[in-house]
Ligand binder design. Sequence first.
Ligand code: AHR
Length: 502
Amino acid sequence: PSANFTIDPRSGAGVINRRLFGSFVEHLGRCVYDGIYEPSHPTADIDGFREDVKDLVRELGVSAIRYPGGNFVSGYRWEDGVGPRENRPTRLDLAWHSTETNEVGIDEFARWTTSVGSELMYAVNLGTRGVLDALDVLEYANIRSGSAFADARIANGTHEPHNVRMWCLGNEMDGPWQLGHSTAEDYGKLAAQTAKAMRQVDPDLELVVCGSSSAQMPTFISWERTVLEHTYDDVDYISCHAYYEEKDGDLASFLASGVNMDRFIETVIATADYVKAAKGSSKTMNISFDEWNVWYIERYHQIDKITEVDDWPVAPRLLEDCYSVADAVVFGSLLISLLKHAERVTSASLAQLVNVIAPIMTEPNGEAWRQTIFYPFALTSRLARGEALNVRLNSDSYDTVQYGTVNVVDAVATHDAENGATAVFIVNRSPDAVTTVTIDVSSLGDVVIVESHIISDDDVYAANTLDQPYRVTPKPVSSAVLVDGTLTIELPAVSWTAIALR
Ligand code: AHR
């Protein structure tokens, strides 16, 4: 097969918001405890956070980090996690059938996000709590001094307010598994009341209302419409969540997951724009794609899930998926999908960050290492700057059971007008064929390839493990040739490629 496209800096399709490269830390399994936080680890800092993990988070290049959940947040009492650690209560976490020690709370986590150069994006509990608790945690986090919660934060040792700008109004409230699961009507009203109240504290907060927990939910679209009808004037983003996995050995469909993500985003945009038109509003609703990844959910339900009534472990090994080359290729294609929609997807969170469906893995008292999915994220976050470009792709196609006939190649380019840096990201979804890609780069002028990286392997299920942490790493693209304004590349089957030009 073959594909061709054009990189033209004049075909801008949206400025890339740095928040597109966000991530997500939930109190779940070993994401916080034995993940980012392990006070007995040789590299632990004064708060108990691992420096080796922080180094990898910085290398990954994550912007805003959503916290503390996820399903966890719908049973969470934020005040349990502040004040002297010895006084913090131990609680049951019903979402993950675990014990929450509350050793880490908003103050420690905010310090940690600052130390890794990220921004804190905080989710309030609208499952088992409501307007007043959202106001309380907002006051604790953002008010300088002179009120009970602000002064409590100061007394707890944090003098400067955390100044959290982005707030999620609950989590996946459409999901029957969610504590406090709600109808779109009820949730829409509660979210609107909460948003209005929070804006009485600070009108400039950026608020994210819950969209559907997946495009497969029976209420998908009607949920978005109803929730936005209630909240359109009061929020800035609607959330999308999507997880992909290879099912029943159908690699061809799995490799085309980006097709599903494209449709999902475009459907939510269409629904938001319908509400905008129906309301006669001049405001445009953006998307916060605040949970996305490859996740082998079946494995969680069949193997990991804790069901014994008396079993409430602290930091159990949950959702510790080991990612292959094929997973990294799909993951890279999801980043391409997000970038193609950069104009409307102005925030996104890779779910999650450490140990739990994560790019970074750790062993207690041991090493931290990079999973295969680490590489496409780190490279895209570093190279995709400025504007996303519409590349006007022509591609041969292949057949999939799940999505019908789809393009074998998908691609996006980015261009930073300030320094002339251009990058292109390409996926070859074919399960078995090399694809020749020809790219017209003549409008960029006299450019050369400054770096190139490809993820591919003869064994598409090869993975990085504690014993072989460097089994899969990106390699330079030996087939890339740039002559007379034409870049030609031979892409192996199941591969993801990033090339920087200048
Ligand atoms: O990321 C894991 C879980 O997936 C989150 O807790 C929840 O929001 C989603 O269903």
